[in-house]
Design a protein around this ligand. Sequence first.
Ligand code: SAH
Length: 219
Amino acid sequence: MTDDEDHSNAERKMQFLFALRSKGVTDARVLTAMEQIDRGPFIRGYFSERAYEDMPLPIACGQTISQPSVVGLMTQALKVTNRDKVLEVGTGSGYQAAILSQLARRVYTVDRHKRLVTEASEIFRALDLTNITALTADGSFGLPDQAPFDRIIVTAAAEDPPGPLLAQLKIGGIMVVPVGQSDAVQRLIRVTRHETGFEYDELRPVRFVPLVEGLGRDG
Ligand code: SAH
């Protein structure tokens, strides 16, 4: 790498972190994780040049990798600690799971498209992110074999927080999920499970692809 390339990479990284901060991502651990995990490898082909812009981008199987600031805000809302076992529903590119892997003890991530799971697993292996397990499954049923979870993050929009996911959350656990009709702007909800029941906080408007039942045709 030439000095010039080195310089422009450093500048791009600074702008990326600045954009995150200006959109409200202020948690130091989350910012460090997002500094450490390069978004580039998670975007293949034509759009890879735009990896450092704060934009959602298309990935395989007609899905999208979320906007970095939304990844940051959702991760921040999840309040992950290094003792936590986390479930992500909607692996997509694997970027969100990679960020979580820096903050949690263990990350399970599931997607209904086998191709996305295979491609994300290859990136996790290449980056030596050994605390992530990616599986092909319909995440609306959670992951009963590994339940309960300290944290659950859903990165596709559900009409309501899915019952099996609520049931797989530990007491004291937190789930972040976009809720609403798939063709409209949805509300990002944080659910906290207390001994006595569930507490719901509405965080912000978001736009996600829908949570779809069953496996994709490729998986
Ligand atoms: N978190 C991803 C972006 C997710 S896009 C990233 O960081 O790139 C939403 C993903 O949810 C898509 O890949 C889609 O296939 C997946 N999805 C939709 N419904 C699902 C379901 N019922 N179970 C598992 N995955 C699902």
